[in-house]
Design a protein around this ligand. Structure first.
Ligand code: F0G
Length: 363
């Protein structure tokens, strides 16, 4: 049933979702009730043990976007994109995805009563994301190509058929995703000095810069952060300054060779006085394990790329964050990719069901 025919039921929870909470700042059509799963309001977790593991002398926070309803930051942009699609009278939506966008689009389309089609690279999407997209009832189409091929195809499809595109080239997506910057400022009382995050299709870095810019312009933040973007070394077009035809990395969420918002990302990096760096798969996995072990915060490998960039900059000495406030965005949940987690750790040992065996095992 299309949501137009549903009664205008407002959420009763204390947190009403990002559109309601930041309504005046969200520039989309407000003619229909928000399509929401009460996304946003995610924890900004202080990470002192992690900061000291990285050398100490600075304040570190983790913006834990895994706490969104489908387990990634994409929900912020999907509430706005789907609400706009409903306002526009769409009956169906489509996107290309490395997995998280697919799961989020599928959930919000279900919520809105719209048909959803997602294109994913065959065999290169983490199990938890596929499980989500399928469970929320999307039509999942695997393509024998990468994300960039998929994005080209869905752009063409939305031009030829009456189906709304919900990738981050859709400006409504940025309107929702910029709210993460607002939340960080609302909690800290100002913008941080540095914001570190993974960069794939570059929609998120563009959105953060938009959000921090709006708070700064309106006097709600006294500074704008410097941005530290991180791409996987095998999929680092912005770092290299050229399209990567065959991107490869274990960080499948950011396995992208030709980001749609490349120009906006470059502008954001330049304006912020920040930097973009390439991190190897080993550096990503090492950051991924470190944050889980030092702080009890489990994110998917790609999510740890920003943290890996921070660690690399500190190690190599080109980044100085002493006495500064640093926020690392952890974009998606560790449970999205159970295979990576299990492969990256020693397997559990098996013992006889006897107390002596247990005592021996734990030393
Ligand atoms: N982290 C995760 C977990 C992601 O899923 C993505 C992008 C990014 C970071 C990068 O964000 O593209 O805005 O620069 N995932 C998209 C998807 C491409 O299809 O789920 P970006």
């Amino acid at each position: 049933m299309p949501s137009q025919s549903l009664p205008d039921v407002r959420p009763v929870a204390a947190w009403p979702g990002v559109i309601e909470h930041y309504r005046a700042r969200i520039h989309i059509a407000h003619t229909v009730p928000p399509v929401t799963l009460l996304e946003g309001n995610t924890p900004l977790i202080p990470a002192p043990r992690l900061a000291s593991a990285l050398g100490g002398g600075f304040e570190l926070y983790l913006k834990y976007e895994a706490a969104n309803p489908t387990g990634s930051f994409k929900d912020r942009g999907m509430t706005t994109a789907m609400t706009q699609a409903v306002a526009d009278g769409a009956q169906a939506v489509i996107c290309a995805s490395t997995g998280n966008t697919a799961a989020s689009a599928a959930a919000y389309a279900a919520r809105a009563g719209l048909k959803c089609v997602v294109l994913v690279p065959d065999g290169k999407i983490a199990a938890g994301k596929l499980a989500g997209a399928l469970s929320y009832g999307a039509q999942v189409i695997a393509i024998a190509g990468n994300f960039d091929d998929g994005l080209r195809m869905v752009r063409q499809a939305s031009e030829r058929a009456p189906i709304a595109l919900v990738n981050s080239i859709n400006p409504a997506r940025l309107q929702g995703q910029k709210t993460a910057a607002f939340e960080i400022c609302d909690v800290l009382g100002d913008a941080p000095d540095w914001l570190c995050l993974p960069v794939g299709n570059a929609g998120n870095i563009t959105s953060y810069w938009l959000g921090f810019g709006e708070y700064f312009d309106d006097g709600l933040a006294s500074i704008r952060p410097r941005l530290l973007g991180a791409q996987a070394a095998g999929a680092a077009p912005i770092v290299l300054g050229r399209i990567v035809e065959h991107p490869e990395t274990i960080a499948t969420a950011i396995r992208i060779g030709n980001p749609a918002r490349w120009r906006e990302a470059t502008t954001a990096l330049d304006e912020s006085g920040g930097r973009i760096t390439a991190v190897s798969d080993e550096e990503i996995l090492s950051a991924y394990r470190l944050v889980a072990r030092t702080e009890g915060v489990f994110c998917e490998p790609s999510s740890a790329a920003g943290l890996a960039g921070l660690a690399k900059g500190l190690r190599e000495g080109w980044l100085d964050v002493r006495r500064q406030r640093v926020v690392c965005v952890l974009t998606g949940h560790g449970l999205k990719d159970p295979e990576a987690a299990i492969k990256g750790n020693a397997p559990p040992i098996t013992i006889e069901p006897r107390i002596e065996a247990l005592l021996e095992a734990i030393g």
